[in-house]
Design a protein around this ligand. Structure first.
Ligand SMILES: *Cc1c(COP(=O)(O)O)cnc(C)c1O
Length: 439
């Protein structure tokens, strides 16, 4: 018996894994990981895997990064946690100051939560509550088709990936979906903006906010669209007096080639922006909701008025998480990461283009450090993604396709050689599928 199989047996007898049909593990081996370093994860038998998906899009600077480790150790030796109601600590303050400096101009207040979904809940509640404080009841939110904002009930309600949502239709809050632009071309934005406008003309008094994932809908199979659409949404939100919520949980912190995806738009400031995932460099759960003075002021009054935002999580603004978030921002500054990733983005683009000639590839797309290859000619039941996943694992790369879309979203610290290796295996996996199909 290998060391892995011992752990697998113990695991499967006690753990119910996330986003998993547990029966799959009758045939699909679970992989216990012993340690991580750089872009690699290593199992208990010494096999290493290139983490091409940044452990669910969170890791930025490699696993067990020495600098972040050091900052974490310094913090844990001082203070592991303190509640953030009535108390504060330096890492939370410093992090809030820094985030305000690097995000759009109008975002001047930071509310802490502890994961992406809870950050979404905060923004939705604040938006609704803002209008209620002004004497208006606006129970609806608009989101985009194919959107994903997390798994808690509110976040799920504004999402549109039926795989996650459909079962719960009877118990979620109502929301309206408007079409996302169908591709990255500028022309694709007009029809969707018109549809949004029509809904706003008819129902603006019922709507608190529109929420969207700027330029890449990651869980929505890495669907990408033109940033000009968001400029259009901003104008409509202003015209019809609703909030614009940007969910940068996945796109923030360099993923799109800029620090935040919103920077691809013209000088745009949302009313709320949610950050998580890369916020702590992939170390610890933490999220923030940034908002404006205007919204903050609407809640600022005497206690007991019903206007206070009485939302909290036990680990709100956890000092360890804030310390690693600050460490991660240090790395962005000290190593000028946004510049450093530009050649890697270019290389990823070149390697992605090689897929286009494969007969089972419908298209490829890229935004910054996110590359996606969409396959064609397969039925859902074939679970083609699972085949790619298994092939890549056998070849020491972790790829976790979303349906028919294979994507590459490695840590920003990946080297050019590692990018080549990741794409070599991805390419072989797709080519291999094809030879099985045609033979
Ligand atoms: C992952 C994700 C969330 C949810 O974050 P969790 O930390 O998993 O709750 C929300 N929005 C987007 C765009 C995400 O990718």
């Amino acid at each position: 018996m290998g060391l892995n199989s011992d752990l697998i047996e113990r695991d499967l007898s006690v753990i119910w894994h996330p986003c998993t049909q547990m029966k799959d593990h009758e045939s699909l081996p679970l992989i216990p990981i012993k340690r991580g370093y750089g872009v690699y994860l290593e199992d208990f038998e010494g096999k290493k895997y290139l983490d091409a998906i940044s452990s669910w899009w969170v890791n930025l600077f490699g696993h067990s990064n020495p600098y972040i480790n050091q900052k974490l150790i310094e913090q844990v030796n001082n203070l592991e946690h303190v509640l953030l109601a009535g108390f504060s600590h330096e890492n939370a303050i410093r992090l809030a100051e820094r985030l305000i400096k690097i995000t759009p101009e109008k975002l001047t207040k930071v509310f802490f939560a502890d994961n992406g979904s809870s950050g979404i809940e905060v923004a939705l509640k604040m938006s609704f509550h803002y209008f209620k404080n002004r004497g208006e009841i606006r129970p609806l939110f608009i989101s985009l088709t194919n959107s994903y904002h997390g798994e808690t009930m509110g976040a799920l309600s504004v999402g549109d990936v039926s795989l996650y949502k459909e079962v719960y239709n009877e118990i979620i809050i109502k929301s309206i979906q408007v079409p996302v632009p169908k591709d990255q071309n500028l022309e694709s934005i007009h029809q969707p903006l018109n549809e949004l406008k029509n809904i706003l003309i008819n129902r603006k008094h019922e709507i608190s906010a529109i929420i969207l994932e700027p330029i890449v809908q990651c869980a929505g199979s890495m669907h990408m669209y033109h940033p000009e659409y968001i400029n259009g949404v901003r104008k409509l939100a202003d015209e019809f007096d609703i909030h614009l919520i940007l969910d940068e949980v996945a796109t923030g912190f360099g993923r799109t080639g800029k620090m935040f995806a919103v920077e691809h738009c013209d000088n745009l400031s949302p009313d709320f922006m949610i950050l998580s995932k890369g916020l702590t460099g992939g170390y610890l759960p933490l999220s923030v909701v940034l908002t404006t003075d205007k919204i903050y002021s609407e809640f600022y009054c005497d206690y007991g008025s019903g206007k206070s935002f009485l939302h909290s999580h036990s680990y709100t603004g956890n000092p360890l998480a804030c310390a690693v978030a600050n460490a991660s921002l240090d790395i962005f500054e000290n190593e000028n990461i946004i510049n450093a990733i530009q050649p890697k983005i270019k290389l990823m683009g070149e390697l992605l283009n090689k897929f286009i000639n494969l007969p089972n590839v419908a298209n490829v797309r890229q935004t910054g450090m996110i590359g996606a290859v969409e396959l064609k000619g397969y039925k859902r039941e074939e679970r083609i993604g699972l085949k790619v996943y298994k092939y890549a694992l056998e070849n020491s790369v972790i790829l976790r396709p979303l349906g028919n879309v294979i994507y590459f979203m490695p840590p920003l610290s990946i080297s050019e050689d590692e990018i080549k290796e990741m794409f070599r295996v991805g390419f072989e996996a797709v080519k291999n599928l094809n030879s099985v199909i045609t033979s």
